[in-house]
Ligand binder design. Structure first.
Ligand code: PRP
Ligand code: URA
Ligand code: MG
Length: 219
């Protein structure tokens, strides 16, 4: 489904919407939250991969020979840590041969700016599916795309997959990365004063891993 933003496509399949509502519910515990995010990753991945290119090669079926279509080039799943990992699980089930990359970012609680702590990307990534469930201010997603562009990956080869997008984040992302399509399950209302998405689902990373919101363990 198209949206009021030209680069944003909303995937409004009833199963995706149902599972997202379960995820939003504050009483949903991490084990179910993780399972739902993985399942939504599979359902959204089906649409996300619709424009992958195919190349035929000859095979023999039990009956005859044929030129059969196979995926043409490499696909790389890039998770923005931590929360992206949960969504990538579903995509990995769809594409077990995909390469994987990781971009570690956390949002500074005061400034809301992304802080980078880890980057590992494969060579020759082909089509890059950048994954993070939450697009709030857009700072993290824009930073991650900049990391990919700095490594020589073309914007036309990148797709950004998220679960919930805020209008503020879509606007910022579209302005900074006009050639990178965004696929989301929902476009929510707005950000609150702490730059959290309303109605949203809270802090995706904390809900996935059962960490306490805003606190980091010390040694
Ligand atoms: O659009 P933004 O305003 O940049 O916010 C979105 C980012 O915030 C969350 O990560 P967080 O910083 O909480 O890290 P975590 O995944 O480790 O919890 C989320 O997973 C995004 O990466
Ligand atoms: O609502 C939000 C905003 C940023 N990060 C999250 O996990 N949730
Ligand atoms: Mg978090």
């Amino acid at each position: 489904m198209t949206s009021r933003f030209p680069t944003l496509t909303l995937l409004d399949h009833p199963l995706i919407q149902h599972k997202l509502s379960l995820m939003r519910d504050r009483t949903t515990r991490p084990v179910l939250f993780r399972q739902l995010l993985r399942e939504i990753g599979i359902l959204m991945g089906y649409e996300l991969t619709r424009d992958l290119t195919l190349k035929t090669r000859p095979i023999e079926t039990p009956m005859t020979t044929m030129d059969a279509p196979f995926l043409a080039g490499p696909v790389t799943l890039v998770s923005i840590l931590r929360a992206g990992l949960g969504m990538t699980e579903g995509l990995r089930e769809l594409m077990p041969d995909a390469k994987e990359g990781h971009i570690g970012l956390f949002r500074d609680p005061e400034t809301h700016q992304p802080r980078e702590y880890f980057v590992k990307l494969p060579a020759d990534p082909g089509r890059v599916l950048l994954v993070d469930p939450m697009l709030a201010t857009g700072g993290s997603a824009v930073h991650a795309v900049e990391v990919l562009l700095d490594r020589g990956i073309a914007a036309r080869d990148i797709r950004f997959l998220c679960l919930i997008a805020a209008p503020e984040g879509v606007e910022r992302f579209a302005a900074a990365c006009p050639d990178v399509p965004i696929l989301a399950a929902a476009l929510d209302s707005h950000l609150d004063e702490n730059a959290y998405i309303i109605p949203g689902l809270g802090d995706a990373g904390d809900r996935l891993y059962g960490t306490e919101h805003g606190k980091t363990a010390t040694a």
